[in-house]
Design a protein around this ligand. Sequence first.
Ligand code: ADP
Ligand code: MG
Length: 552
Amino acid sequence: MSSEANTPVLPNCIRLPLPEDELMEVVAKAKDYAIMHGAAMRSKTAFSPDSLNFAPFVLVPSSFPRKEFEKAVALQPIINRLMHNVAHDEEFITTTLAETIKVDEFTANLFNIYRKVLAHGFTQKISLGMLRSDLMLESCCPELSTQAQRPAAGEDTAVDGMDVALAVNSVGTAAAGTGRKAAAAATEQEEQLKRKAANPIQSAYCCWKQVEINTIASGFGHLGPASKIIQRFVLSELGHADKLHNMPSNNALAGLCDGMVKAWDIYAKPKAVILFIIEDVSYNICDQRFHEFYIRETYPHIKVLRRTLTEVHKEGKLGQSKELLLGNQEVAVIYFRAGYEPGHYHSQAEWDARYLMETSLAIKCPSIHYHLAGTKKVQQALAQPAVLERFINDPDEIKAVGKIFTGLYSLDDNEAGNATYEMALRTPEKFVLKPQREGGGNNVYGVDIPDALKRMSRVERSAWILMDLIHPPLTRGYMVRPGGDMPPQIVEMVSELGIFGVVIGDAEHIVHNYQAGHMLRTKLSTANEGGVAAGLGALDSPYLIDTDEEQN
Ligand code: ADP
Ligand code: MG
């Protein structure tokens, strides 16, 4: 993905660049601060269970429009309810995934577990959903092009009296904010006017679109709040403590862990434990251990166990009432931080372990139907007209949720799927192609799409969906990485916000439903994907700014 020349740029929260000596000092301090506050990971290149590296982070928080942030937060309980209802709609899940499971072995294996559980009846009717709805600002909203032409948001306005307001990106101005030369500005202005005449209005503030919804292993419950802690420290060190009030509070760790404990309460066995299902090697260890430690510190009577799928296969069995037993310890709640990709299932043993847990009395996060509800194929189906009405009653809520979907297209082997195929070959640069996978690194972008599609048979295509590419506005700032340049250079970046939600209930009733904090990940604008654990993204947190309308 590369940023286009006319991509809007969000204003910075403070004036950049920083003087080099000040930058060197604050970065060195911030690295130590990050490690010492658990904003850290195990090294993939020099792995040791005895040590941690700081996780890559953006030095100061990236701007995010306050209105859009608040909209996302307010919408989360509705999304929670939507996903809960989808997960419990057997017919919808079955018909939506029918073509996909013919060609996608992994989804088929999950679906087989679902089918078997359906046949025998659910031992545990309650599910624990810990969701994360990921979104990006869309700087090119279709809604805006219908409005009268007006100056692009924030143009030539100042934020907090600074002259680094929304500028239109001119390629090669890496050190933004140093002041623009008058001649360059005049040319730029002419260019803008020309572009406005030719293109739909672009605005860094206009709206956001959902990238995906995660129903399994939604990470960053700890690293989300930890990012704020580092950046709060940095802003204070740089003499900007007055700006901290624009960094929204973030209680994601407590929100998620309290969700697990609410499920543990429902299970109502004081000696039962919470089980985390983990990968063979957990690089993102802080984002799991902090959950465990929070539970122990806040609820001293509750024990957390960590096991791989392989270990559950060896140690696990069902008791008389189908309770899950590990040795002699009964499991009340299972929190899957693994099990979302084929590589986590080394053999049939791991699939058997998943089935064992699914048929047990333990409350699962996610239960198998929740896992299937989080597939990309289901997301694509939800974005089709009139489908939301099946799951949401309130017309205003339907409208609000409908707006967050960008174009999502089926590639099933039928007329609609074939039309999608032709469209993707014609204008691949507008799209991203996604398989039914989680965890990053699986998608195909833009010009690579035609080759990828042509390699598949018509039937194989139904394992994938096509999605409109979202065009987020840029931010400019310093990204600090282990082993990176010192001092770091100013780079152009884009961000992705994740809003957490917790929902607990069965097919008939929802007993808990709340928004549970957020996380912001930021990547170089030239990178397709920005997984922090995958080494491409960096921890970040939102700095809320007001829209141009409010400032005027
Ligand atoms: P995964 O389940 O592997 O995380 P995602 O759908 O979240 O898959 O895609 C991975 C990353 O790819 C996202 O975090 C985002 O950076 C980028 N991405 C995904 N969909 C889009 C899109 N429609 N437009 C722009 N970027 C996207
Ligand atoms: Mg994702």
